[in-house]
Structures are given as structure tokens and as C-alpha cells.
Design a protein around this ligand. Structure first.
Ligand code: ADP
Length: 723
């Protein structure tokens, strides 16, 4: 009796506990009759114990739940719990049905939870995510899509159903709609631009971020798709506008600048001092205008990705020396001293000679410009890991911390009476930053107001296999040049420049006239403005190159449109942008005339002073010269243009003279190039067989005259075709 009371007591106890739980509990017996139906279950399902207990589970009146109980009770059914959602008008219930063993038989136990609040939060969160303009896609760690918002569906043109729960990588999804050539390879950046062509043309910034739980565990990642189509298009329109306007400004400026120069040089007769002074002011301002236009064009090229960088190994020590030379006269006048502190063993960097030169000149010119009291400008360089850092320090006015951050943005100038007086566009540093970053480097500044500033840039060390391709150095000989330009003023200007250098000039103002004159006169060089009234200048270029009679005449394209690449592909021998700079024009024309007329000698030596000595000597004798500073450069030059003779040093870095001889003398195309070896060192006995392949040898030190005689003798003994 006491035992029965105990059992009853513990049963009551369990009942009381069950009544207290916040989850509904239902249990069936093996025959499917409901045995347990606690208070919470009564509340949630709205049924009393009397209606249900002792009756078959169908009495629950919940078809979805009954189906799940039925499945679970089947003998040999799966044992994992089944989840069923019971939706009411005002609430969401989640029932979990699991099997349990009642003696030897299977029965079902059901727990019911009220998820109304949770479901409310979920709906709210989804509503928030759905209302953002950005696309969102959530992936689990196996790249299964667990959520996609309406904006993302809209961008990629999919229905949520077709991707949810599917294993699809982000790039698979984007690949379905991206423009051709989409490369899904991870490029190391977290944000990348993807251009879509379907369902609509769109440019998206795609950003991926990992999703981590509280303890840092990886739950997958979320991709954010941000539509930047409008921004990109506006910026492209702006770039095109700037570029068009700048080009339009260049044409009249070409005439203004050119004719002022001629008047100032006395070509229009004597001018008096006042006229000279006034004209100098006009010249100064037109120069500034050209500078501004060039800066704006540079920026629009950089921003629209139309800048062409020719990356080759650069010797920054050399370039720094060049910059110091360029500013020698200016710095002397302004009381500045330019000091170079560059280690002798500085490796070469990978960069574009003209563009890196532009950056260096900009930094040095700023250092002088913003140090009104004079002082020392120091150019330093050092190796840091695999980058070379070059810095330019001055003792000038310095820059406040707040300004330092903004200096490298477009048009930013420190606002002070001094900078206003000094004048400038505020574009230089922003161009420098873009150029250096495009080349894989960085820029920065350190400064103390009143003490001075240090601007620096870094560039990656050149890889061993990156080789400079040396080209012809200038050589001036007269001859006939055909100038083709629809604008008579510009044609006259070019004519004046050339005539004063001893060239004979013929002019043509249209494509048809140019063609007739080219065939008839066989000029040594043609300068061609590709904008012609009676046809596209490129077509004329093509016709000239296709016709065997004119194919060999080098054509120098003068253009206000940046189309160097196209010109060169079509066979132009040179390219020059307007407004024409006299010295550049003359250098190129001289080169081109030299390249058809005089024999070309390739001088190869790592000692630059020897190269420049030989270059000067050879040029005075009417040779054209290509200078190379190591074997690899020499081979690059030879492949570009076969020289008529070669002066070769043996001991050189990268690729030595022996290797060059071997490469040339074992190549059927090249073996007839006569080689003169210049050496001061002991000959490597193990390689004398290679030396035997060369044509002649002179020992250092030698008199340049002696070398010249050898070259002339070699050229005379080996007459070659085409020379
Ligand atoms: P600009 O010299 O044409 O104004 P930059 O882009 O080259 O344009 O320079 C931007 C601004 O940075 C300058 O206006 C000047 O205020 C400041 N700055 C540049 N270099 C120096 C320097 N070496 N010392 C002090 N201020 C400088």
C-alpha cells in the first residue's frame, strides 16, 4: 500500500513538473492512444484533456502533426525527430515528433514550442534585408545558399527558390550573367568589380565577408552586391568630357605656343624689350595652360584606364642624376643645392621610364618650389624588402598634419598666402600617386611645418627576366620631310622647326595630296596628323605601308588623340602628341632619318661613361647608336632592330659578353652582325672558343678613334643588304 502511495506521489510530481514547462508535451502509447497531454499543450492546441487523453491521436485535430506521428510510429521508420510547423492566424508553433520505446513497442513523443516571437524577429530581419538596395547572398561553409534578398535576385535575375538550399558558389551565380571574359579567380581583394550583361547591363561592386559566431567559428560568408553602374557611367562621361575639351584646347594652343616661340627667337624680325617682356608673359601663361591641360588629360587617362605603361627595368640612381641635371639651372638660380645619397648597389626597379621620371621631377620641382629660402634638396634611395624607396627631402615651408592626408587628392593645395603666391594646379601629386600605384608602389609624405618635407615613393625591384629594350639615339642629318596636316598653321610651324634643322620640307593638306607626294618625292620621313578632311589619317598610313613604293618611309604620327598603340600597330615609326614640343619632334625626326640613312652600331657595356663616350664619338662620324648596359638589353635591342655592328664588353651583369656572342653567332638570322670585343680583363680561357666567333678585339683602355677605325673597316669589308 505504501508503495502504491509512493508511485502515485512521484506520478503527481511529474505531472506537476510537466504542467510547469513552457513547451507542450504529448505522448502516445503503442496503440496510438494519447497518454500525456500537458497544460501547455492544451493551451497551444486549444483542446482539453478530456477531448484527447485516452483517444487515438487523430483526436488532436492537427492533420500535419498526425501525419508526422503516423510516420514516426511505423515499425522500422527512421528514428530522427521530425519537425512540423503548425501555423495559426496569430502564432507559429513548431512541433518536434520523436519515437520512444514503450516496453517493446514504438510510440511517439511530441514537444510543441511557441515560435511566434522568434518568427516575428525573423520576418523583421528579412524585411530589413529585403528593403536594402544592395544585394545580399548568404552562404554556409559548404557554399550552400541559405539566404538571398530580393535585390540580389533582381541583379542576377533568379528566383529565390532556384538557388536557396543549392550548392552554388558566388562566382557560379555571377558567371551566369557576367560579361564575357569574367575571371572568377580570387584576386586577393575583398571587393571587386563585376560587369553584368544580363538581365540588365550593370556594374556591381561585389564584396565578400566571412560570418563568424561569438567564439570565432566560421559560419559561412555573406556577399554584398552594390550597384555602381550610375557612378561609373557618370565618371566615364566626365572623363570623356575632360578629354574632349582638353583635345579641343590643344589645337589652338599648338599654334599660339609655337608662334610665340618663333617670335621670341627672332624669326619674325627684331622685337624690342617691352615686346619681349609682354610676349614672355604670354608664353609663360600658355605654358601653364599646356601644363594644366596635360595634367587633366593624364588624370582622365588614368581614371578611365587608358594609360599605357611600358614597364622595364629602371636605374633609379641614373634617373635621380638626370633629375638633378634637369634642375641644375633652376636650383642654381633659386639658391638650392641638390644632393644625391644613393647606395651604389641599388637594384633596378620595374617601372615606366617616362612616368617615373614625371613623378621624380614633380617631387623635386615641388621641393624647390615650396622652399622659398633655398636650402638643400636631398634625394635618397634604399632597398626595403623587395621594394626600392626613393625619397626627396627639402628644408622648406613644411605641411601641417591635417593637410598631409589630403595632399594626394585632386586639386588639393594647402591654403596659405605663400602657396597662393607660388601658384599651381594641385593635380601633380594626385597624378604621381596614381602612376606609382599603377606600377605596384606606394607614395607618402612626412613633414614638419616650418622645417621641411620628405616625399617618398616605392617601386618593386625588377625581376631578373625583365629587360629594357634600348632604342636608337638621335643623329641629325638633313633630307626631305613630308609634313601632312590639314591645318596650314600647324604645318607651317612644323616646317619652320624642321627647316631650321637643315631639312627640306614639303607640305600636304589632304590624304590624296599626301599620297601623291609620298610616291613622287620619296621623302625620308613623313609627319602625319591623323585628322584629315578627306579621310582618316590611319587609312592613309595603311595605304602607305601597303604600297611597296612607300612602305619603307618612316611615318611619324602627330596627334592630339592618345592613340600611340594604334599608330604603332599600324606601322608608324614614331608617335608624338600635340601640342608639339620642338625638341621632341627634332629628336624623333633625326632618329628616323638616322635609322634609314646611317649604319647602326649597338654599344654594349655596363660602364655608362664608356657607353656615352663611344656614343658621342660614333655619332660625330654619322653612325646611329643604340646603347645597352648588359647582355640581356643588348639581345632585346638586337631582336627589335638588327644593328650593322656591335661593340661588346665581356664582363657584364645579368648576361655577359660571352653569352651574347654565343647567342648571336649561333643564330642564322643574326650571325652576320660583326662583333668587336672590348675588354680590359683577363680572358676566360675556358671560353676562348666563343671568343673565336667574334670578329675583332680591342683592349681597354683604347682610343675611341682606334675603335672607330675597326668598326669602319668591318663595315666596309662586309657590305650588307639594306644599308
Ligand atoms: P601644385 O604644386 O601644382 O599645387 P601638387 O599636387 O604638386 O600641386 O601639390 C599639392 C600641394 O601640396 C601644393 O599646393 C602644396 O601646398 C603642397 N606641397 C607639395 N609639395 C610640397 C613641399 N615639398 N613642401 C610643402 N608643401 C608641398
Amino acid at each position: 500500500m505504501a508503495r502504491a502511495t509512493d508511485e502515485r506521489r512521484s506520478f503527481m510530481h511529474i505531472r506537476a513538473l510537466m504542467a510547469q514547462t513552457s513547451e507542450g508535451l504529448i505522448a502516445t502509447g503503442p496503440a496510438g492512444e494519447v497518454r500525456v497531454f500537458n497544460e501547455t499543450a492544451q493551451q497551444l492546441l486549444g483542446k482539453s484533456r478530456d477531448e484527447v487523453v485516452g483517444k487515438p491521436y487523430h483526436a488532436l485535430g492537427e492533420p500535419k502533426l498526425e501525419a508526422a506521428i503516423e510516420r514516426i510510429m511505423r515499425p522500422r521508420a527512421r528514428r530522427d525527430p521530425q519537425r512540423v510547423r503548425l501555423t495559426r492566424e496569430d502564432r507559429t508553433l513548431t512541433a518536434t515528433v520523436a519515437p520512444y520505446m514503450c516496453g517493446d513497442d514504438r510510440a511517439a513523443v511530441v514537444t510543441i514550442r511557441d515560435d511566434t516571437a522568434l518568427e516575428g524577429y525573423r520576418k523583421q530581419a528579412e524585411a530589413i534585408l529585403a528593403s536594402t538596395g544592395d544585394g545580399l547572398i548568404v552562404f554556409d561553409p559548404d557554399e550552400v545558399v541559405t539566404y538571398i534578398n530580393p535585390a540580389a535576385c533582381d541583379f542576377i535575375g533568379v528566383k529565390p527558390k532556384s538557388v536557396l538550399g543549392k550548392r552554388k558558389s558566388l562566382w557560379d551565380l555571377l558567371d551566369m550573367v557576367a560579361e564575357e571574359g569574367f575571371d572568377p579567380a580570387y584576386d586577393g581583394s575583398q571587393v571587386r568589380e563585376v560587369r553584368l550583361e544580363k538581365p540588365a547591363h550593370r556594374i556591381l561592386d561585389v564584396r565578400t565577408d566571412p560570418v563568424l559566431d561569438e567564439s570565432g567559428g566560421y559560419l559561412g560568408f555573406v556577399a554584398t552586391l552594390h550597384d555602381v553602374t550610375a557612378e561609373r557611367e557618370v565618371s566615364q562621361m566626365k572623363n570623356e568630357f575632360v578629354s574632349t575639351v582638353s583635345h579641343e584646347l590643344r589645337t589652338p594652343l599648338t599654334s599660339i605656343k609655337g608662334y610665340i616661340d618663333l617670335i621670341l627667337e627672332g624669326e619674325a624680325g627684331e622685337i624690342n624689350d617691352i615686346q619681349r617682356e609682354f610676349l614672355s608673359i604670354v608664353k609663360e601663361n600658355s605654358d601653364r595652360l599646356v601644363e594644366l591641360i596635360n595634367d587633366m588629360l593624364d588624370i582622365s587617362r588614368i581614371e578611365s584606364g587608358r594609360i599605357h605603361l611600358k614597364v622595364q627595368p629602371l636605374d633609379l640612381a641614373d634617373m635621380a642624376a638626370g633629375a638633378a641635371d634637369t634642375f641644375a639651372a633652376v636650383s642654381e638660380q633659386s639658391g638650392h643645392r641638390i644632393v644625391l645619397k644613393i647606395p651604389p648597389d641599388l637594384p633596378r626597379v620595374a617601372g615606366d621610364r617616362d612616368r617615373v621620371g614625371q613623378v621624380l621631377l614633380n617631387f623635386v620641382s615641388n621641393a624647390i618650389k615650396y622652399s622659398p629660402e633655398g636650402g638643400v634638396v636631398t634625394i635618397r634611395a634604399k632597398l626595403e624588402d623587395d621594394m626600392v624607396v626613393m625619397s626627396i627631402s627639402d628644408q622648406g615651408i613644411g605641411i601641417e598634419k591635417a593637410d598631409q592626408k589630403k595632399l594626394f587628392t585632386k586639386f588639393y593645395r594647402v591654403d596659405s598666402s605663400l602657396t597662393r603666391e607660388i601658384g599651381g594646379t594641385g593635380l601633380g601629386l594626385s597624378i604621381c600617386k596614381s602612376i606609382i600605384e599603377l606600377l605596384g608602389g606606394r607614395v607618402g609624405v612626412r613633414s614638419t611645418p616650418g622645417k621641411g618635407s620628405t616625399f617618398w615613393f616605392s617601386l618593386p625591384v625588377a625581376r631578373k627576366d625583365l629587360v629594357r629594350t634600348p632604342a636608337l639615339e638621335g643623329a641629325g642629318v638633313g633630307g626631305r620631310v613630308l609634313v601632312v596636316d590639314r591645318n596650314p598653321e600647324v604645318a607651317n610651324l612644323v616646317e619652320t622647326y624642321l627647316v631650321r634643322q637643315g631639312y627640306e620640307v614639303e607640305k600636304a593638306y589632304s590624304s590624296s595630296e599626301a599620297l601623291v607626294k609620298a610616291r613622287e618625292l620619296k621623302p625620308r620621313v613623313i609627319t602625319l596628323d591623323v585628322m584629315l578632311d578627306d579621310g582618316d589619317g590611319f587609312e592613309l598610313l595603311q595605304t602607305l605601308k601597303d604600297d611597296p613604293e612607300t612602305a619603307d618611309i618612316p611615318v611619324l604620327v602627330l596627334s592630339i588623340v592618345c592613340d600611340e598603340g594604334r599608330s604603332c600597330r599600324m606601322g608608324a615609326a614614331g608617335y608624338l602628341e600635340k601640342p608639339i614640343e620642338k625638341s621632341r619632334l627634332l629628336t624623333i625626326v633625326n632618329d628616323l632619318v638616322g635609322s634609314v640613312a646611317s649604319p647602326v652600331v649597338l654599344v654594349v657595356d655596363d660602364d655608362r661613361s664608356i657607353v656615352s663616350l663611344l656614343t658621342a664619338t660614333l655619332k660625330t662620324k654619322g653612325f646611329s647608336v643604340i646603347a645597352a648596359y648588359d647582355g640581356a638589353e643588348a639581345m632585346a635591342a638586337v631582336r627589335k632592330r638588327k644593328p650593322d655592328a656591335m661593340l661588346l664588353d665581356l664582363q657584364m651583369p645579368v648576361m655577359d659578353g660571352y653569352q651574347v656572342i654565343e647567342a648571336i653567332k649561333t643564330d642564322d638570322e643574326l650571325r652576320d652582325i660583326p662583333i668587336v670585343i672590348m675588354t680590359a680583363y683577363q680572358i676566360d680561357r675556358s671560353r676562348t672558343d666563343i671568343l673565336g666567333m667574334a670578329d675583332t678585339k680591342v683592349d681597354k683602355p683604347f682610343a675611341p678613334e682606334e675603335l672607330l677605325n675597326r668598326v669602319e673597316a668591318l663595315l666596309a669589308s662586309e657590305p650588307k643588304e639594306g644599308v
